[in-house]
Design a protein around this ligand. Structure first.
Ligand code: ADP
Length: 327
C-alpha cells in the first residue's frame, strides 16, 4: 500500500436509526417503525469520502470502543481501503453512538453518546509515527473529538508542513480562542456554522455567495488567523475568501438527500489538494463529489467513488466546451 498523502482526524459513530410515523413525547413509547444501523460520525464520513475520492489510501486517526460497533466500523474502513493503523481501540469503552429518531416528514431527534471519540487524546496524536506526517501533504479535521486533540493534530501537521483544513462542525466558538485558527490554512464552515462562529444572524435567503453577511462573516474568520475560508452554501455552491474573494457554483444535480454533502466536500477537497491541484481546481473536484453525494440517500453510502467524480467533471467540461462553441 502506498504511503497516504492525506490524513484525517475525527469521530467514529454508529448511527442507530428508527424511522416511525411520529416522534415520541417525553415518557411516551411508540411501537412500530423500521430500524436500521449505519456507520457515521463526521470524521469517519470525511475519511471515507477522502478514501473513495483518492487514488491511494488515506490515513484515519480516530478511536473506537472494544465492542462490536467498533469492529464493524473498522471492517467498513478496511473495505474502503482506509489506513486504519492509527485507529485506537479503547478498552472498556463504547464506540460513539448516535440514536436517531425520524418521523414520516423527515423531522428528527438525535442524541449522541460520544464514547471513545471523547477519549481520543493529544497523546494519541503524539503516538502517531513521524513517518505518517512526513509523507503526507494534507491534514483534515473536524470538531466531534476533544478540541485539545484537534489542536495537537493541527500542530503536528504544521510542524511537518502539511496543508491543514479544519471543518468547524459542529460549530464551537472555542476555536476562536488563542491562536488555534493560525494553525489552520483552510476553514470550511457551512452557513449555520459561519453564523454561529461570527454571531451574525443570517437573514432568510441570505445563503448566496453574493450575500453581504456571508462575505463579511467569512472575512471576519479569515482575519482571525486562517489563510483561507471556504463557506459552503448547499445548492448555492461556496464562497472562497483567500488572497481574493471568489465563488464556485454547485454542480446541477437532482437532490435526494443532503446528508454528508459537507463531509463529501471536505474529504475530496483534502484529496484534491494532496494531489497537488491548485485551490480552484480542488474546490471544483470537491464540489463535484459533494453534488454526487446529494443524489443518494444516507451518509457513507452516498459518498462517491473517484471514477464518478471524474465522470461528472468530464461531462461538465464537455458542456463548457459546447457552450463556448454555441456562443
Ligand atoms: P453541510 O452538509 O456541511 O451543511 P453544505 O450543505 O453547505 O454542507 O454543502 C456542501 C457542498 O455540497 C456545497 O458547497 C455544494 O458544493 C454541495 N451541495 C450541497 N447541496 C447541493 C445540491 N443540492 N446540489 C449540488 N451540490 C450541493
Amino acid at each position: 500500500m502506498q504511503t497516504p498523502a492525506t490524513i484525517v482526524l475525527g469521530s467514529v459513530n454508529m448511527d442507530l436509526v428508527i424511522r416511525g410515523s411520529r416522534l415520541p413525547l417525553p415518557g411516551e413509547t411508540i411501537l412500530g417503525g423500521e430500524f436500521f444501523q449505519a456507520p457515521g460520525g463526521k470524521g469517519a464520513n470525511q475519511a471515507v469520502a477522502a478514501a473513495r475520492a483518492a487514488q491511494t489510501s488515506v490515513a484515519f486517526i480516530a478511536a473506537v470502543g472494544d465492542d462490536n460497533f467498533g469492529k464493524l466500523s473498522i471492517d467498513g474502513f478496511v473495505a474502503d481501503r482506509l489506513d486504519v493503523s492509527e485507529i485506537r481501540t479503547i478498552p472498556d469503552c463504547a464506540t460513539g453512538i448516535a440514536l436517531i429518531l425520524v418521523d414520516a416528514s423527515g423531522q428528527n431527534m438525535i442524541s449522541v453518546a460520544s464514547g471513545a471519540n471523547s477519549r481520543l487524546a493529544p497523546a494519541d496524536v503524539d503516538a502517531v509515527p513521524d513517518s505518517l506526517f512526513q509523507n503526507a501533504r494534507v491534514f483534515l479535521c473536524s470538531l466531534e473529538t476533544p478540541i485539545e486533540t484537534v489542536r495537537r493534530g493541527l500542530e503536528r501537521a504544521r510542524d511537518f508542513g502539511l496543508t491543514t483544513i479544519l471543518n468547524p462542525a459542529p460549530a464551537d466558538r472555542r476555536i476562536l480562542e488563542g491562536d488555534l485558527l493560525s494553525l489552520v490554512d483552510i476553514l470550511t464552515p457551512n452557513e449555520t456554522e459561519l453564523s454561529l462562529l461570527t454571531g451574525r444572524p443570517l437573514p432568510e435567503g441570505a445563503n448566496s455567495p453574493d450575500s453581504s453577511p456571508i462575505r463579511a462573516g467569512a472575512l471576519e474568520l479569515q482575519n482571525r488567523g486562517c489563510a483561507t475560508v471556504i463557506a459552503t452554501l448547499g445548492a448555492e455552491g461556496c464562497l472562497v475568501v483567500a488572497d481574493t474573494v471568489w465563488s464556485a457554483a454547485a454542480f446541477r444535480v437532482t437532490a435526494v438527500d443532503a446528508t454528508a454533502a459537507g463531509d463529501a466536500f471536505n474529504g475530496a477537497l483534502a484529496v484534491g489538494l494532496a494531489e497537488g491541484r491548485l485551490l480552484p481546481d480542488a474546490v471544483r473536484f470537491a464540489s463535484a463529489a459533494a453534488a454526487l453525494s446529494v443524489t443518494h440517500s444516507g451518509a457513507q453510502p452516498s459518498l462517491p467513488p473517484r471514477f464518478t467524480i471524474q465522470r461528472l467533471l468530464d461531462l461538465s467540461a464537455d458542456d463548457r466546451v459546447s457552450e463556448g462553441k454555441n456562443r
